[in-house]
Design a protein around this ligand. Structure first.
Ligand SMILES: Cc1cc2nc3c(=O)[nH]c(=O)nc-3n(C[C@H](O)[C@H](O)[C@H](O)COP(=O)(O)OP(=O)(O)OC[C@H]3O[C@@H](n4cnc5c(N)ncnc54)[C@H](O)[C@@H]3O)c2cc1C
Length: 396
């Protein structure tokens, strides 16, 4: 008979941080991380599955997130990128949809303002954005322009005196059913360059319709947006958003954050599968006592640990100002591919209970699919990396 552990829920490695990456954080960061973990356990974990099942976003969470002061931890609060990455992974570990809400508001939207707005624009807009008094969305993808949106943006911007007139459509835009603002990327017909505009969602001609029937990140409210002669004052054109190269400054950082989501989702799958394996009995013994189950748990942990090691180093490079686009691309492709393997093994460990959200694993399993595809699909990030190591572009 295999020997039973004294208390399988209280083993030193139960937190999934097998190589002690968190020891790289400062004492202040570790203390803050614990506060954030307590917040996630109290405010997000208890509601996550129910919101996902109903496909509704918990609006009452927004003031709580604001009170917890979670927006722009690196740029505004001075924490390291390693800390910010581990926090984003912990958000995802609690719930990938809420992590995505934060990733859209704080990463894609706030990141666009921080990277592309003038100092005057930042001074006017950022205080309310940091305080979550104004919620943001990021409108780049279009119905006909996904992976090729850099060259294929069809939404147009026409200069008209002190205004710009926007026309077109956007698809998949997270938070956009309720956001106050959305950064719209549109092609200036005068010079054919993609420019960025802060669009107030109450403007005439702007509509956002919720995308229904999703099987992944169901709590995130993704929208189809239409823009019909929307008049945007020139003061709301982001001063530094003048070409797709500028847009890429935002995407490089957010791609890194999505790779951290892949770490967090793997840790979530490991948490649920390990707990289930030690508790569930078959053949009169815990599942954890079967070698084939241990093999799956160890592979899951190995995937999560390899992903985390890659992300810790990439975030250290980001802290040094040395991280490159292709490194974020490899990280996003690698960690999301490992994530897909990990959540599939986790689902298998739970048997039939792995396909109902009551046991959380089905939500984790399904959420991996959106993370695999957004922020540059696996294929596109692979091709960005392939171009960097061969000097030959295979994207087009
Ligand atoms: C849940 C969710 C949330 C999202 N949130 C936002 C958001 O907030 N804002 C926003 O702007 N966008 C958002 N997106 C859009 C997302 O970024 C796109 O889905 C993604 O860029 C892929 O585009 P696509 O879905 O049109 O796929 P397509 O580009 O049509 O690709 C379809 C398939 O073909 C492959 N493919 C395409 N081109 C090539 C090639 N050259 N070589 C090999 N394979 C190729 C792709 O990898 C993919 O497998 C979101 C998407 C999802 C699913």
């Amino acid at each position: 008979m295999p020997q039973a552990a004294a208390d399988p829920n209280n083993l030193p490695y139960a937190d999934g941080d097998f190589f002690g990456f968190e020891q790289l954080l400062s004492a202040a960061e570790r203390e803050r991380l614990q506060e954030i973990r307590d917040f996630l356990a109290k405010e997000i974990k208890p509601i996550a599955v129910d919101c996902w099942n109903r496909g509704e976003f918990p609006m009452e969470l927004i003031p709580k997130l604001a009170a917890a002061n979670l927006v722009s931890p690196v740029r505004r609060q001075g924490w390291s990128n390693v800390f910010a990455g581990i926090v984003h992974a912990e958000f995802t570990r609690a719930d990938a949809s809420i992590a995505t809400f934060m990733g859209v508001h704080d990463g894609l939207f706030t990141g666009s303002i921080e990277a592309l707005a003038s100092d005057e624009q930042k001074a006017a807009w950022l205080p309310d954005i940091y305080a979550l008094k104004k919620i943001g969305a990021f409108g780049l993808t279009e119905p006909l322009g996904g992976s090729d949106v850099a060259g294929g943006t069809r939404t147009t911007a026409v200069r008209d005196g002190d205004n710009w007139i926007l026309n077109g459509a956007k698809r998949w835009i997270g938070n956009a059913t309720f956001s106050d603002w959305v950064v719209i990327y549109a092609r200036d017909v005068a010079d054919n360059q993609v420019k960025a505009f802060l669009v107030d969602t109450t403007l005439a001609g702007y509509t956002a319709t919720k995308i229904e029937n999703k099987i992944s990140l169901r709590t995130v409210q993704n929208a189809d947006i239409t823009l019909e002669n929307v008049v945007v004052p020139d003061a709301f054109k982001l001063a530094g958003g003048n070409s797709f190269r500028d847009t890429n400054k935002v995407l490089k950082v957010t791609r890194l954050a999505v790779a951290w989501q892949a770490v967090g989702l793997q840790l979530a799958a490991f948490d649920v599968a390990r707990r289930y394996a030690v508790e569930r009995q078959q053949f009169g013994r815990p599942l954890a006592s079967f070698q084939l189950i241990q093999d799956q748990l160890v592979k899951m942990l190995g995937n999560a640990t390899a992903s985390m090691g890659m992300m810790v180093r990439l975030s250290q490079l980001e802290d040094l100002g040395q991280a490159k686009d292709e490194q974020s691309a490899l990280a996003k492709a690698f960690t999301t591919a490992r994530m897909r393997e990990t959540v599939a093994m986790g689902r298998s460990v739970l048997g039939g209970n792995g396909i109902v959200t009551d046991y959380e694993m089905a939500k984790i399993f399904a959420d991996a699919e959106a993370i695999y595809s957004y922020e540059g699909t696996y294929e596109i990030n692979t091709l960005v990396t392939g171009r960097a190591i061969t000097g030959v572009s295979a994207i087009v």
